[in-house]
Design a protein around this ligand. Structure first.
Ligand code: FES
Length: 585
């Protein structure tokens, strides 16, 4: 369909101008692609199976199996499931490298691929199979954008592991990739033996799946369930039993149930924008805070809200989130792996506690075709589930409200920055330290490894924002090094880049405007005093404002012309908004 200007408009249903003669051409095309034209003509729906499959990493390597299962299930209902691919970038494989910027870039690229395939193949509906961090974020974007009947299927998180030596033995069967990377840094600092590191390497992740606790991928699956776009208990299952097994039975169940749900949604006329309404976004923020979600939720919720045409600002996230207690005892702030949450009932247990305490809107629609309150009617409260401390009652939380992620502003963050404390409080009420400035992650890493960072320092990594990097890479390797060296409580890290969900410590990311756009973080010098105050929600440099203004007249911006004109990074650099607006393009 075209508007009065001849531009293609977003329609919910495909419109065909093909004549009878053209149908012959279609038959040729279908037959050549392996479809029987007369059978295809009988189909009751073309369902886009949008998936970011790759065999390159464990986060998304089960996606193809699930996508094929969905095609079969759709066929059994008389429909035609058409696979649409998209690139899946693993943060684990790109962090700490020159290619780390491709991770966030891939979020929007994936959404574009799924939109393109859906319309080009004349889809009536869409099921998105999401996996690693940015695929999870991207999963909701094409559904909100196209408003095609649809929902999300999560491939699953990695099963946890265990070892028999301390400090990891006491965690039981809850080890995740975080335990390996922190063990690796501990080994580098001489705090554990090589044998123990090898045991961790072999044991922490027995099979496929996303990083196994409340890191970014599970934050996004939790948000997708909380917003109503994944079936209940569909955000927390393990991907498989081990690397040699088939996908987990719970994933198979979710896949089949999701196709049933899709046809039910079609029958009821319920589309994604009927589900992803403002109240559902508020539910997503509440649930993400209550579970200790990753700082990346700030970027992705804003991007998804824009796609759904729901006015939602970064201040909305802060305002809603700051009133929510932390009740899920999950890594990185807590003790348990995601599968431990799944085993006691999954995200619905968290949401039931929040609903009963008045934190959630119960009357919003979900992909079950029922309201959230109806979905949760028979779910037990955490205190009624025996022998568990994975989810705490709201009245006795793991940490009181206001101690997880906070939005800061101040002389170093005129738009905003995001502070992650994950339940910790700063003993002095604020962190006041000495700036150690680096123009990239590698130089900061060399300083840490060279024992040049000491207690009381504030590491400043700049020119790694959405434009500067480009792609706003995650400074996870730095945070792991700090934790591994026992400096997590004594050294702060501030940056215009991002953090992984695995990261914890005294961390401020997403500082906007970024250095490459003239933000004041570009004016910090070695030796300046930096003040992080979670109570007043301020990030400041302790120099006279006139001095800061003088320094900002000579910004330290990088060469932005170095990328090939046609490259995806160059296009991204030209289009991307600041982190304050979700890095949307
Ligand atoms: Fe893929 Fe963590 S690296 S989910």
């Amino acid at each position: 369909m075209k508007d009065g200007l001849g531009n293609k408009t977003m329609t919910n249903e495909p419109v065909s101008y093909w004549s009878d003669a053209d149908q012959g051409l279609r038959a040729v095309e279908l037959r050549a692609a392996g479809f029987e034209p007369t059978e295809a003509a009988k189909t009751n729906a073309v369902v886009t199976i949008a998936n970011a499959y790759t065999n390159a990493h464990r986060c998304n390597n089960r996606v193809r199996r699930i996508a094929d299962l969905l095609v079969e299930a759709v066929a059994a209902k008389g429909g035609q499931g058409l696979l649409v691919g998209a690139p899946a970038v693993s943060d684990a494989l790109t962090q700490g490298t020159d290619n780390a910027g491709y991770s966030l870039v891939s979020r929007d690229l994936m959404a574009d691929c799924m939109e393109t395939g859906h319309y080009a193949h004349h889809g009536n509906a869409m099921i998105v199979v999401s996996g690693c961090d940015k695929t999870g974020a991207a999963a909701l974007m094409p559904l909100a954008r196209t408003n095609a009947f649809g929902l999300v299927v999560y491939p699953g998180t990695s099963s946890p592991g265990r070892v028999d030596f301390e400090p990891w033995a006491s965690k039981g069967n809850n080890l995740t990739i975080m335990d390996y990377v922190e063990g690796s840094a501990a080994r580098e600092a001489g705090r554990i033996t090589e044998d123990k590191l090898l045991s961790l390497q072999r044991c922490v992740m027995p099979g496929s799946g996303t990083c196994g606790a409340m890191f970014t991928a599970n934050t996004m699956s939790t948000i997708a369930e909380a917003i109503g776009m994944i079936l209940p208990r569909g955000a927390s299952h393990p991907a498989d039993y081990d690397a040699d097994s088939d996908i987990h039975d719970d994933v198979k169940h979710q896949a089949h149930a999701s196709v049933d749900a899709l046809y039910n949604l079609t029958k009821l006329g319920i589309r994604p924008r009927d589900i992803m309404v403002r109240e559902a976004f508020e539910n997503a923020v509440v649930t993400a805070y209550a579970t200790g979600g990753s700082t990346n939720l700030y970027l992705h919720i804003l991007a998804i809200a824009r796609e759904a045409d729901v006015p939602f600002t970064i201040e909305d996230i802060q305002r809603i989130g700051e009133g929510v207690p932390l009740i899920a005892n999950l890594q990185p702030h807590g003790a348990y792996a995601m599968v431990s949450l799944h085993n006691i009932g999954g995200v619905p247990v968290v949401m039931k506690a929040l609903l009963e305490a008045g934190y959630l809107h119960g009357d919003v629609m979900t992909v079950t075709g029922k309201t959230l309150a109806e979905n949760l009617a028979n779910v037990p409260l955490p205190q009624d589930i025996p022998n568990q401390d994975v989810v705490f009652p709201v009245a006795q939380p793991l940490a009181a409200a206001g101690n997880h992620i906070s939005l800061l502003t101040g002389s170093l963050a005129p738009e905003s920055g995001v502070l992650k404390l994950s339940g910790k409080t700063l003993e002095a009420g604020e962190f006041r330290g000495t700036a150690r400035v680096f123009e990239n992650e590698a130089d900061a890493m060399a300083a840490i490894r060279g024992d040049k960072i000491v207690a009381g320092d504030v590491i400043v990594v700049r020119n790694v924002g959405p434009v500067g990097a480009p792609g706003m890479p995650e400074m996870i390797q730095l945070t792991i090094q700090l934790q591994g060296r026992g400096l997590g409580k004594d050294v702060a890290l501030i940056t215009d880049g991002r953090f992984s969900g695995v990261s914890h410590g005294i961390l401020v990311g997403h500082i906007s405007p970024e250095a490459a756009k003239g933000g004041p973080i570009g004016a910090v010098r070695d030796g300046d005093t930096i003040v992080i105050n979670p109570i007043s929600r301020r990030l400041d440099i302790d120099i006279p404002i006139e001095e800061l203004a003088t320094r900002m007249k000579t910004p330290t911006t990088p060469d932005l012309s170095a990328l090939p004109a046609g490259s995806v990074l160059n296009k991204y650099r030209r289009l991307v908004s600041s982190a304050h607006y979700g890095c949307v393009v």
